[in-house]
Design a protein around this ligand. Structure first.
Ligand SMILES: Cc1cc2nc3c(=O)[nH]c(=O)nc-3n(C[C@H](O)[C@H](O)[C@H](O)COP(=O)(O)OP(=O)(O)OC[C@H]3O[C@@H](n4cnc5c(N)ncnc54)[C@H](O)[C@@H]3O)c2cc1C
Length: 350
């Protein structure tokens, strides 16, 4: 059993004024150096922080302005192991953070807006402060796309969700609507037929852009009803979803669909903007890893969680990747030795 080392929090950053109460900028004005900088404070980032801190690497977490990540917007999580009665998203992420900080991780609620991974030590800038790192773990997640209407925002977590795997179970014996026209929307709709009495798929165009096989499965399913050429104008309900008001896109007309739950499945946006210049991504913007590890195309940079995983998108899988990335980083640091000013090795063509 590894004992808690009681590491003193390291000083990091330069003396630019920061509104962030967790910032601990150095008075010297020199950028300070961390063995591991972790970008993102969702399940992946904070799990990486726990592992890296317990490996004595004194990680600094540049956790983002949306500290805690996607789970901060969800009221109840029933599928995270260890909590048989379920747990609130913010409460779970608070526990992740407390555990990481207990072992000496420093978590700063700032966004990284620029990086230079061209030489070592790696350089990152957040809120005007420069950080240097021997190894970096990128765990910036992905953001679910929403329709952007007021009633949808108000009822998030009260019948409006963006994750069928996470929340489908709460909608047993209810009628549900799914918004979207791609494979993910149809997959979510088919998954939700396990719980719902009926699933309505609402799509703004006259045909789906999903694969033929998914379209066939959805349109032949006895519990699924298609509503093409329609958009959601309003989610109806004060404290919980009671209906959706649909507007036709091909001709004038509105209709109200009584439902108990609304799933928005119009896509996710991976939060990889700050790294785009340095790290390869797939055609949809998700960062790619090399082989079976969490290694990126640049030695010493590791990737974990929803920023590259668009298949599983779960807290437990993101946390698992955070653990893998910290172990990969630790092993890499051990073999790469002390940091040098050498150019970083590009393991693949960028
Ligand atoms: C509505 C909803 C309900 C869900 N319910 C469940 C559930 O019940 N069970 C479950 O297992 N999963 C659930 N999920 C999925 C789960 O939330 C994600 O799979 C998980 O949070 C991914 O973790 P992550 O650490 O990879 O990324 P995220 O949680 O997305 O965290 C990313 C972090 O990176 C930070 N960040 C982004 N850009 C930057 C930057 N430039 N600089 C610094 N930091 C940055 C953000 O601030 C954030 O802290 C749900 C998702 C949603 C949207």
């Amino acid at each position: 059993m590894t004992m808690f080392t009681g590491l003193a929090p390291i000083q990091i950053g330069v003396a630019e004024p920061s509104t962030n109460s967790t910032s601990n900028a150095s008075a010297s004005g020199e950028p300070e150096h961390a063995r591991v900088v972790i970008v993102g404070s969702g399940p992946a980032g904070l799990t990486a922080a726990i592992y890296a801190a317990r490996a004595n690497l004194s990680p600094v977490v540049l956790g983002g302005y949306e500290a805690g990540g996607q789970l901060m917007t969800t009221s109840e999580i029933e599928n995270y192991p260890g909590f048989p009665d379920g747990i609130g998203g913010p409460e779970l992420m608070g526990l992740f953070r407390t555990q990481a900080e207990r072992f000496g991780a420093r978590v700063l609620d700032v966004d990284v807006d620029r990086v230079d991974f061209g030489s070592r030590p790696f350089r990152l800038w957040a809120a005007g402060v420069e950080y240097r790192a021997d190894a970096v773990i990128v765990a910036t997640g992905a953001s679910a796309l929403w329709l952007g209407i007021e009633s949808e925002t108000r009822l998030r977590g009260h019948g409006v969700s963006a994750c069928a795997t996470c929340d489908g179970f709460f909608f047993r014996d209810k009628e549900i609507a799914v918004v979207g026209g791609g494979d993910t929307a149809l997959e979510e709709a088919l998954y939700l037929t396990r719980f719902a009495t009926k699933v309505h798929i609402v799509h703004r165009r006259g045909s789906f852009r999903a694969s033929k096989i998914m379209i066939a499965r959805a349109s032949e399913h006895p519990k699924i009803e298609l509503h093409l050429n329609r958009t959601v104008a309003e989610v109806v309900g004060q404290d919980r979803v009671e209906a959706v008001q649909l507007s036709r896109t091909d001709e004038p007309g509105e209709e109200t669909l009584p439902i108990g739950g609304l799933f928005i499945a119009i896509g996710h946006r991976p939060n990889g903007g700050a790294f785009r210049e340095w790290l390869p991504s797939d055609e949809t913007g998700y960062l790619t890893v090399e082989g079976e590890t969490t290694e990126s195309a640049i030695d010493g940079i590791f990737i974990a969680g929803d920023i590259h995983d668009h298949r599983y998108r779960q807290a437990i899988t993101a946390a698992g990747e955070g653990a893998r990335a910290a172990i990969d980083a630790e092993r890499w640091l051990e073999t790469a030795g002390a940091v040098s000013d050498e150019p970083a090795t590009l393991a693949a063509v960028l």
